[in-house]
Design a protein around this ligand. Structure first.
Ligand code: SRM
Ligand code: SF4
Length: 517
């Protein structure tokens, strides 16, 4: 299988070379062979890099125990699918678990290469795919987690996110047209009013907006923003592309932007390869014109005002749906970590009380929709809700954390356990008078999005008593929802051992927290 690249003139870095030599998707036909020979005998480039085109990540921290990153457009997953994923990780005993990710997705842990062909067959039966979820591909497409449930939503985007994924991945089978992008790529489609997707941190985001033409009814569609991204070297919020599209044009616009990026994006230096770098080099007008040329028609200019005018909701708790008599219930999953037993229980609860469907959120939590009023009380008595609360303590409630050192070799510190222990300890020490969102990320790649947080903590090495110790850089000022903007580094190198008193004081001094007696 060969992929399409036209920008071959760039000096080839290691990753451009490996893609040019053999497309990542090519390993799909070699899986049975890999399964037979075992992880240690697989060609290193195939094992450490190309397998990521299938969503299979070699973990140097736990060699032989791979991570599998799925694709769940809009974070929607059925009970049957969750059950199958639970069965997959259960087989690996203590090594097996799953993490809800900051892109409304699931990553499975403990996967052995010898099982992958069978796992792929099982995923296919329940219409799930993990294809093109890593490396220079488009990541999981995010959407409001209450699409189709929220009475106030403007556009139900569920079909759109699926269509965009199907276009990019060839209906989940793999699509060589888009397997050689210059770098990773993020797409979000918001249909609600509260910017639940963090539109500002995506390479393309669609946000609802009315086009008003003289004499006709206002037409609902999307303004488009482009170029948002985080990287170790640079973080940028997305900028307006000066484009408005009707929902029916979304798939074609995504395709055209991806084609322009694929064919003209900068490839020489991987630190300067995300879409914003191309927009910088060309200027927005040239970029917009190139996309128009690719589409073959002129784009409509953006409308002045979009409809993202709400504060961001976290969806934890019980909420009425637009369907009379039905509720969605947001369960808090501490730092997004699930074990097989939790996955089976979630699948069962969604089946017994709802319509066998769940939604994942970018805050790494789960929503069970379609619970009738008559079943709500019984549902709220279920033992799983002791662990996955609908009313967690405030700092725990809004805690987000990336994977960290337990499984990620980029990590400078352990994150998830530390984040949870500290949030619990601080909730015991202070009483909050308003929500404070804490995001942890183990290194400057910013997977845990510290720049969107009220308090963002980025792993680093700090100095304490003359020694290098685990530490964090402190980020502050992130604003989500309407008028979102990114926070910035406020203080460098706080030792993790000093964090509890440091954050206690910060909460009291800057967030009006009150010490508990
Ligand atoms: Fe990420 C690389 C985990 C969301 C920016 N990210 C990685 C790798 C694959 C590195 C690796 O091979 O170990 C991490 C896998 C660790 C593991 O074993 O779990 C990893 N990223 C994650 C997840 C699981 C964090 C989480 O705990 O939720 C998220 C998976 C999302 C998904 O379902 O696809 C995740 N990563 C993000 C986000 C947040 C977002 O998309 O809103 C970002 C910042 C936004 C962005 O990309 O613009 C992000 N990840 C990165 C980067 C820096 C990209 C860059 O342009 O430099 C890397 C490193 C890279 O690509 O070279 C990276
Ligand atoms: Fe790994 Fe760094 Fe991403 Fe955390 S932020 S998952 S430590 S790459």
């Amino acid at each position: 299988m060969t992929s399409i690249i036209t920008n071959q003139t760039a000096t080839q870095n290691k990753f451009e070379k490996l893609k040019a030599e053999k497309d990542g998707l090519a390993v799909k036909s070699e899986l049975d062979h890999f399964a037979q020979i075992g992880w240690e005998a697989i060609n290193e480039t195939d094992r450490d890099h190309r397998l990521k085109w299938l969503g299979i990540f070699f973990r140097p921290v736990t060699p032989g125990k791979f991570m599998m990153r799925l694709r769940l457009p809009g974070g929607i997953i059925s009970s049957q699918q969750m059950q199958v994923l639970g069965e997959i990780v259960q087989r690996y005993g203590e090594d097996g678990n799953a993490d809800i990710t900051t892109r409304q997705n699931l990553q499975l842990r403990g996967i052995r290469i010898e099982d992958v062909p069978d796992i792929f067959r099982r995923l296919q039966v329940v219409e799930m795919t993990s294809v093109q979820s890593g490396m220079d591909n488009v990541r999981n497409i995010t959407a409001s987690p209450v699409a189709g449930l929220d009475a106030e939503e403007l556009i139900d985007v569920r079909e759109l996110v699926q269509q965009v994924q199907d276009m990019i991945t060839g209906n989940g089978e793999g699509n060589p047209e888009f397997t050689n992008l210059p770098r990773k790529f993020n797409i979000a489609i918001e249909g609600g009013r509260d910017n639940s997707v963090h539109a500002e941190i995506n390479d393309i985001a669609f946000v609802p907006a009315y086009k008003v033409a003289n004499g006709s009814e206002p037409q609902l569609g999307f303004n488009v923003v482009v170029g948002g991204f985080f990287s170790a070297k640079r973080c940028e919020a997305a900028i307006p592309m000066n484009v408005w599209v009707a929902p029916a044009e979304v798939v074609a616009l995504c395709r055209a932007i991806l084609e322009v990026y694929r064919d003209h994006g900068l490839r020489a230096n991987r630190q300067k390869a995300r879409l914003m770098w191309l927009i910088d080099e060309w200027g927005l007008d040239k970029f917009r014109a190139a996309v128009e040329q690719q589409l073959g028609y002129a784009l409509t200019p953006a409308v002045a005002k979009d409809e993202m005018d709400w504060e961001k909701r976290d969806h934890i708790g019980v909420y009425r749906q637009k369907q009379p008599g039905l509720n969605y219930v947001g369960l808090h999953v501490p730092v997004g970590r699930l074990f097989a037993a939790d996955m089976f229980e979630l699948a069962r609860l969604a089946e017994v009380y709802g319509n066998s469907e769940m939604r994942l959120t970018v805050e790494q939590n789960v929503i069970i929709p379609n619970v009738p009023d008559s079943r709500l009380e019984a549902f709220l008595q279920e033992p799983l809700l002791q662990a996955f609360s609908i009313d967690p303590s405030p700092l725990v409630r809004s805690l987000v954390s990336c994977t960290g050192a337990q499984f990620c070799n980029f990590a400078l510190i352990e994150t998830k356990n530390r984040a949870l222990a500290l949030a619990r300890a601080l909730d015991a020490e202070v009483e909050l008078t308003r929500p404070v969102r804490m995001h942890w990320t183990g290194c400057p790649n910013s997977c845990g999005q510290p720049q969107v947080a009220d308090i963002g903590l980025m792993g680093t090495k700090a100095r304490k008593d003359g020694k290098a110790v685990d530490g964090v850089d402190l980020y502050m000022g992130g604003k989500v929802g309407k008028d979102a903007h990114l926070g910035t580094c406020a203080q460098k190198g706080v030792a993790c051992d000093d964090l509890q008193p440091f954050l206690r004081d910060l909460l009291i001094q800057q967030f009006d927290a009150k010490p508990r007696e």
